[in-house]
Ligand binder design. Structure first.
Ligand code: NAG
Ligand code: NAG
Ligand code: NAG
Ligand code: NAG
Ligand code: NAG
Ligand code: NAG
Ligand code: NAG
Length: 806
C-alpha cells in the first residue's frame, strides 16, 4: 500500500523538478512546503496517498486564480477549501505561496504584495497537506502539533474530520460561508454556523443574521431535525461542549465513502457523496428541502417559485434583474430593479400619472411589515402612496400592512397561505388597458392624418379592446392558460395527424404552436360537466406548476364534445416506453433513481402543497413523461375531477391499470391520497426491475412480481430485484432504501403506507426507513398466480364503481 502510493508522489516530484529546474523553486517533498520553498504556476502539493491536491485553480476558467484544495483523483475539480477567496491573482506563474520569515503561510501576488496569509505563528517551518484534506502548518515535519490548520478556517465545505463550532474564549466561529456564485469563491450571503444565540444546534443563516433553517437541538446523540444523523450507520456525529469550545464534528465509518457537506451559492446545505458507478456527486440530504425557504434567495423584488419552471427566481412585474450576469449564474442576491422610477407625489412632473398598484394574487407576504392599523382599501392605499419609501401594502391579519423599502422573500404560493399583495409601481409599468389605448392613439396621430388613419385608429382600438377584454377574462378565470378554438387546434395538430398515444380518456396528438413550441393536444372523451364547472377545474389545473408535473398550456371547450387540453410536449415519451421495450435506450440506475425521486416529489406536491389536495388516481409508468434530460413529469393528474363520476369505472375496467390499484378501489372504501402511494410503490418496483408487475411476461415465470419483490426486500436481497440489464451497476444503499419504501407503499392498510412527503424524505435520506412487513394481500396472490384478478376476499370488481372520488 505504502509503496503503491509513493509511486505517483515520487513521479510528481520528478515532474515538478523537470519543469521548474530553471527557476529558483523546488519542492522537496510533494505533500509539503517548507520554509524557503514556494509554490507557483501549476505546481501542486499532493497528499500522502494522493487523495487531495493543493495549488492554483481558476473556477470555470474565469481567468482569476485562487489557491485551493481539491480531490486529486476525482474527475472535475471539486474544490473543498479556498485560501484567497476574495482576492484572486491574475498570473499564477509569478505569484507565490510560501512560509514567510514571520512564521505565516502567505500568498504573494505578481508584484510581491501579500494578498492572503494565515495568522503568524512562532516557529512555523512547514505546511503539510494531509490525507483528510486539511492543510496544516507545523514547526517541523516530525511534530504533530498544528500551529494553524485549514479545518479551523473552513470556506463553504465541512469535511469529515472537520468541525463547525465556536471558541468560547476568543469568540471565534468555525462556520461555512457560501461562494458568491459558481464562478466566484468570494464570501456569499449564505452560511452555516453554531447558533449565534448560544443554543446547542447549528443553523443556516443569511448575511450572518437571518436564520432560515435549524438542525434542532442536540439530543445527546443526534440533532433533532436531522434524523439522518440518528440511526445512520455511515455518519458518526459528535457534539462537544466544554469550557473552551463548543463544536460538532463527524466521521465516516466506511473509509471508501467520499462525502462532503457544502453550503452552496443558492443557500442550501447539501451533503454530497461520490457515486463511483456514475462518476458523479449525489446528494444525501438537502437543507432546507424547499428551495424557496432560503432567506432572501431571490433578492429584493425577486419572487420565488413563480410561473417559469426554468428558474427558481423571477422578477416581479415592473422589475428587471439588477445584474443579468449574476442571474445567469443563479446568483439572484442582487435582486431586481424598477424599470421606471416611482414618481412619488411630485405633481409638477409633466410625465403625468400618479404611481399605482398592481395586484399580485396568492403571494407569500414578506415578513416585517411596517404595520398600520387602518381599515379599508382606500386608507391603506393612501397610507402607502403618502410615503415615498412605501413599496407595497396588503391586508393581513385583519388590518392593513404596508412595507417600506425593499421587498424580500416574496413567493408565489398555490394554497391559502398567501394573500393579495398590492405592489407600488410607476404608472407606466402597470399593465393597464387605458394606458395602452393612449399609446396607440399617440403613435398613429403623430405619423399621419386622414380618413384612413381614423379608420385605422378605430380598428386598432377595437382590436386592442377585444384582445384586452378577452385577455382580462382569461386572466381572471384561467390564470395563465390560453383558450384555443377548435380550429386553432386543428391547425396546430395538422388536423390531428400525428398521434402520440391514447388512454382511457381520449387520445393525444402532437402539435406545434406559432412560436414553434411543441405541444401535446389531448382530446377528452366522456366529460359530462357543464361549461362553468369544466372551466373551473381546468383553471385549477392550470395553476398547478411544479418541475415534476406536466404543464398545462391551454384548453379548448366548444360544447361537451369538443373539449381538449394542450400540454407541454415531452420529447422522451413515457417511462413505460423506456422500461419495457428492449429497443429504447436503457436507463441507468442514476436516471432511474432521479426519476423515482421526481415522481415522488410531483405526487407530494399534488397531495400536500396544492390549494386543494389532488389525488392522481391513475399513477403508473404510462403517466410519467420524460423531458429532453430525462427528468420525469407526471401527466394526467386532475383527470378524476375533470371526468367526474365515471372516472372510477373507467379506471377499474381499463386494461393495464389493474396492477396499480390499491385494495380500497376494489373494496369500495373512500379514496384518499394513499391510493396514489400504493400505485407509486408498484411503479417503483417496475422502474427498479424493468419488468411489468402483472405477470403475463414472455419469459414464463408468471408469478406476480411485486410479491416476489416484497419478499426480496424483506430477505435483504434488494440487488436481486434490480433490472438484470444494469448488471448490478447501482448504489446498494440507495437501492435498498428505494425498495424498502416501495414495499411500505404497497401495504394493504392505508394507514401503514407513508405519505408522499415522507417518501420524498426517505429517498433523500432525511428519514430512515425500517424493514417493511409483507403485504398480506400479496400473499394471497402468490398462491393463485392470477395477477390480473386483484379482487381479494369476497369483494368483486363491480363494487369498484361505488368507490367515490373525492
Ligand atoms: C505547467 O506549466 C508549464 C508552463 O506554463 C506548461 O508548459 C506545462 O505543460 C504545465 N504542466 C501541466 C502538467 O499542466
Ligand atoms: C498586488 O496587490 C496589490 C495590493 O492589492 C496591488 O496594488 C497590485 O496591483 C497587485 N499586483 C498585481 C500584479 O496584480
Ligand atoms: C516543535 O514544537 C515541539 C512542541 O511544541 C517541540 O518539542 C519541538 O522541539 C519543536 N521543534 C522545533 C524544530 O522547533
Ligand atoms: C471530534 O472531536 C472529539 C473531541 O475533540 C474527538 O475526540 C474526535 O476524534 C473528533 N472526531 C473527528 C472525526 O475529528
Ligand atoms: C448585511 O449586513 C450588513 C451589516 O451587518 C449590512 O451592512 C449589509 O447591507 C447587509 N447586506 C445586505 C445584502 O443586506
Ligand atoms: C393592530 O391591531 C392588532 C389587533 O387588532 C394588534 O394585535 C396589533 O398589535 C396592532 N398593530 C399596531 C402596529 O398597532
Ligand atoms: C415613511 O415611512 C418610514 C417608516 O415608517 C418613516 O421612517 C419615514 O419617515 C416615512 N416618510 C415619510 C415622508 O412619511
Amino acid at each position: 500500500m505504502a509503496a503503491n502510493s509513493r509511486g505517483p508522489c515520487y513521479f510528481a516530484s520528478i515532474m515538478l523538478l523537470i519543469f521548474f529546474l530553471n527557476t529558483n523553486l523546488s519542492l522537496a517533498s510533494s505533500d509539503s512546503l517548507s520554509l524557503g520553498q514556494s509554490l507557483s504556476g501549476n505546481q501542486t502539493l499532493i497528499s500522502k496517498d494522493a487523495t487531495f491536491a493543493l495549488g492554483f485553480f481558476s473556477p470555470r476558467d474565469s481567468g482569476k486564480f485562487y489557491i485551493g484544495i481539491w480531490y486529486n483523483e476525482l474527475p472535475g475539480q471539486t474544490v473543498i477549501w479556498v485560501a484567497n477567496r476574495a482576492s484572486p491573482v491574475s498570473d499564477p506563474a509569478t505569484s507565490k505561496l510560501q512560509i514567510s520569515d514571520h512564521g505565516d503561510l502567505v500568498l504573494l501576488n505578481s508584484s510581491g504584495t501579500p494578498i492572503w496569509s494565515t495568522e503568524p505563528t512562532p516557529k512555523a517551518s512547514i505546511a503539510i497537506l494531509l490525507e483528510t484534506g486539511n492543510l496544516v502548518v507545523r514547526n517541523d515535519s516530525n511534530s504533530d502539533v498544528n500551529l494553524w490548520q485549514s479545518f479551523a478556517h473552513p470556506t463553504d465545505t465541512w469535511m469529515p474530520g472537520g468541525w463547525l463550532g465556536v471558541n468560547k474564549i476568543t469568540g471565534e466561529y468555525q462556520s461555512l460561508t457560501s461562494w458568491k456564485n459558481p464562478e466566484d469563491p468570494a464570501p456569499g450571503l449564505f452560511g452555516e454556523s453554531m447558533d449565534p444565540d448560544g443554543s446547542n444546534q447549528y443553523v443556516l443563516l443569511w448575511n450572518g443574521s437571518q436564520i432560515y433553517w435549524t438542525s434542532g437541538l442536540w439530543t445527546g446523540s443526534y440533532f433533532s431535525n436531522v434524523p439522518g444523523t440518528r440511526e445512520s450507520t455511515v455518519f458518526d456525529f459528535n457534539f462537544i461542549d466544554n469550557k473552551q469550545r463548543k463544536f460538532a464534528n463527524y466521521t465516516i465509518n466506511d473509509k471508501s465513502i467520499i462525502t462532503r457537506f457544502v453550503v452552496d451559492s443558492e443557500g442550501q446545505g447539501l451533503q454530497w457523496y461520490w457515486l463511483s458507478s456514475t462518476q458523479q456527486w449525489q446528494t444525501e440530504f438537502t437543507q432546507p428541502l424547499n428551495h424557496c425557504d432560503v432567506y432572501s434567495l431571490c433578492g429584493p423584488f425577486g419572487i420565488c417559485g413563480a410561473q417559469s419552471t426554468e428558474s427558481v427566481c423571477t422578477c416581479v412585474e415592473g422589475f428587471v434583474p439588477t445584474s443579468e450576469k449574476e442571474w445567469a449564474l443563479n446568483d439572484w442576491s442582487s435582486g431586481c430593479s424598477r424599470k421606471s422610477q416611482l414618481r412619488c407625489g411630485s405633481h409638477d412632473n409633466e410625465q403625468g400619472k400618479e404611481d399605482g398598484f398592481l395586484e399580485m394574487p396568492n403571494v407569500g407576504l414578506p415578513a416585517n411589515p411596517m404595520s398600520r392599523n387602518v381599515s379599508g382599501d382606500s386608507y391603506c392605499r393612501e397610507a402607502c402612496l403618502k410615503n415615498c419609501s412605501c413599496s407595497a401594502y396588503a391586508f393581513a391579519g385583519g388590518g392593513c400592512s404596508i412595507w417600506v423599502g425593499e421587498l424580500r422573500n416574496l413567493r408565489q404560493v398555490y394554497d391559502d397561505g398567501g394573500g393579495n399583495l398590492y405592489l407600488r409601481l410607476a404608472a407606466s409599468d402597470i399593465p393597464s388597458s387605458s394606458n395602452s389605448h393612449k399609446k396607440i392613439i399617440a403613435v398613429v396621430l403623430g405619423s399621419a392624418a386622414g380618413v384612413v388613419v381614423i379608420l385605422l385608429i378605430c380598428f386598432s382600438l377595437l382590436l386592442a379592446y377585444r384582445r384586452k377584454k378577452r385577455a382580462k377574462a382569461l386572466l381572471k378565470i384561467e390564470t395563465s392558460l390560453t383558450q384555443f378554438s377548435y380550429g386553432d387546434l386543428q391547425r396546430i395538430t395538422k388536423n390531428f395527424s400525428e398521434k402520440l398515444g391514447s388512454g382511457g380518456f381520449g387520445s393525444v396528438f402532437k402539435g406545434r404552436l406559432a412560436n414553434s413550441a411543441q405541444v401535446a393536444v389531448k382530446t377528452l372523451e366522456g366529460v359530462r360537466q357543464g361549461e362553468k364547472q369544466f372551466r373551473a377545474e381546468v383553471s385549477t389545473l392550470g395553476a398547478i406548476q411544479h418541475v415534476n408535473l406536466v404543464k398545462l398550456h391551454g384548453f379548448c371547450s366548444e360544447g361537451q364534445n369538443r373539449r381538449l387540453l394542450v400540454y407541454e410536449h415531452m420529447p422522451n415519451g413515457s417511462l413505460n416506453s423506456h422500461l419495457f421495450h428492449d429497443s429504447s435506450s436503457e436507463l441507468d440506475w442514476r436516471q432511474r433513481f432521479q426519476i423515482i425521486l421526481g415522481i415522488a416529489r410531483g405526487l407530494a406536491y399534488l397531495h400536500e402543497e396544492c390549494r386543494e389536495c389532488i389525488v392522481h388516481c391513475d399513477m403508473k409508468p404510462d403517466n410519467v413523461l420524460l423531458d429532453a434530460d430525462f427528468n420525469p413529469k407526471i401527466s394526467d393528474f386532475g383527470m378524476a375531477k375533470l371526468i367526474g363520476r365515471d372516472f372510477s369505472r373507467v379506471l377499474t375496467t381499463m386494461r393495464g391499470t389493474i396492477g396499480y390499484l390499491a385494495p380500497e378501489w376494489i373494496s369500495g372504501q373512500p379514496i384518499t391520497p394513499k391510493v396514489d402511494v400504493y400505485s407509486f410503490g408498484m411503479t417503483v418496483f417496475e422502474a427498479v426491475s424493468g419488468r411489468r408487475n402483472t405477470g403475463n411476461s414472455a419469459d414464463g415465470d408468471a408469478a406476480f412480481y411485486p410479491s416476489w419483490a416484497a419478499k426480496g426486500v424483506i430477505e435483504g436481497r434488494a440487488m436481486s430485484l434490480l433490472d438484470h440489464r444494469l448488471e448490478g451497476a447501482a448504489d446498494l444503499e440507495q437501492l435498498t432504501r428505494v425498495c424498502r419504501v416501495a414495499c411500505w407503499c404497497i401495504q394493504d392498510m392505508e394507514d401503514h403506507r407513508p405519505a408522499m412527503g415522507q417518501v420524498v424524505q426517505v429517498l433523500e435520506g432525511i428519514l430512515d426507513v425500517s424493514m417493511p412487513p409483507f403485504p398480506a394481500s400479496l400473499e394471497n396472490m402468490m398462491g393463485n398466480q392470477q395477477p390480473s384478478s386483484m379482487s381479494h376476499g369476497e369483494k368483486n370488481e363491480n363494487e369498484a364503481t361505488t368507490a367515490s372520488v373525492s
